[in-house]
Design a protein around this ligand. Structure first.
Ligand code: FDP
Length: 319
């Protein structure tokens, strides 16, 4: 008998086939990415999504692959970064699945980790209402990172599990049953080129990190910025740290850059289930909801102590 693509042990029975379909598709995506320039061109700009973001060939291809795979499953509604409106898949499906089919598009052509992020809710009769609700109502959140290893990190609300794809057997193997994020850390991740646009509490927090041993935190920091949300999340889950994509003064960045439904909500779910924190700077992401499918929220997540400190900066008087 062939081994299933992922063992069913930690996966709610009703969701198993959906997760297995995501796994099978991500194996195909990983194979396409691994071929890079030896295969089809992946990083070419082929269009624009409804918000004016450039769509790369791989963004569109992945969206088509996940749509095709999930059509046969227990998924009634499918919302994707690459599609303006919700797609109806299986009218008898129990779930509503939101997806960023390919996160980190700017890294496609440079052989740096990229990923797929997904969030699952129980479906309502109304397509949009199935997604426009508090992030705490997710029944599953997770991502696949396509890096030196292909790994699935997922939560169903009872801890965060990590599986690594065995390239020989094409099976996702459970390697951590309950991930935990280091409560504190000396690493922060933010796109510092936007410093002049940030809101004051974020500037103050980063200034204190940069002040190192001589500043109020009393320790030296290290900085990382990959430019792929999945890669930053994976690093922070593995060794702690903090990620910030705050709101800023640029047009269109009033709520940061990242989308609530298929980026911030599932990442927040995974992080909180691993003992970390995820906020919009002050309010937990899991308490927030947006009123449009592609709505954005500022995102601050990682080691609990660090994220709490950012929230404290929001409550301090501006200097
Ligand atoms: P991308 O647009 O390349 O898909 O999802 C948005 C995202 O990447 C994140 O993965 C990443 O963290 C962020 O944008 C990078 O934004 P900046 O280019 O503004 O740093």
């Amino acid at each position: 008998m062939t081994q299933p693509v992922i063992a069913p042990d930690h996966i709610p029975a009703d969701l198993y086939d959906v997760i297995a379909a995501l796994c099978r598709t991500s194996i195909d995506v990983a194979a396409i990415i691994a071929k890079g320039p030896l295969g089809q061109s992946l990083g070419n700009l082929v269009g624009e999504n409804s918000d004016g973001d450039g769509q790369k060939a791989l963004d569109v291809l992945c969206d088509e692959m996940f749509t095709a795979a999930l059509t046969r499953e227990n998924v009634r509604w499918y919302a994707s970064e690459e599609q303006e409106t919700v797609n109806s898949l299986n009218e008898n499906g129990k779930y509503a699945l939101a997806i960023d089919p390919l996160d980190g598009s700017s890294n496609i052509d440079v052989n740096v980790s990229i990923g797929t992020i997904f969030s699952i809710f129980e479906a309502k009769d109304d397509a949009e209402a199935s997604f426009l609700r508090p992030a705490s109502e997710q029944v599953c959140g997770g991502y696949v990172v396509y890096g030196p290893q292909t790994a699935l990190v997922v939560t169903f609300g009872a801890g965060t599990q990590m599986y690594v794809l065995d390239p020989d057997t094409k099976v996702f193997i459970l390697v951590e049953e309950k991930m935990t994020i280091a409560p504190t850390s000396k690493e922060f991740a933010i796109n510092a080129s936007n410093y002049r646009h940030w809101v004051q509490p974020v500037r103050a927090y980063v200034d204190n990190c940069l002040a190192g041993k001589d500043g109020p935190h009393g320790k030296d920091y290290n900085m990382r910025w990959v430019g792929s949300l999945v890669a930053e999340t994976h690093r922070i889950l593995s060794r702690g740290g903090i990620f910030l994509y705050p709101s800023d003064a640029r047009k269109g960045y009033e709520n940061g850059r990242l989308r609530m439904i298929y980026e911030c909500a599932p990442i927040a779910f995974v992080i909180e289930q691993a003992g970390g924190r995820a906020t919009d700077g002050e309010t937990p992401i899991l308490e927030r909801q947006v009123d449009t499918l592609h709505g954005r929220v500022p995102l601050v997540f990682g080691s609990a102590e660090k994220v709490t400190r950012v929230a404290e900066h929001h409550n301090m008087p501006a200097v």
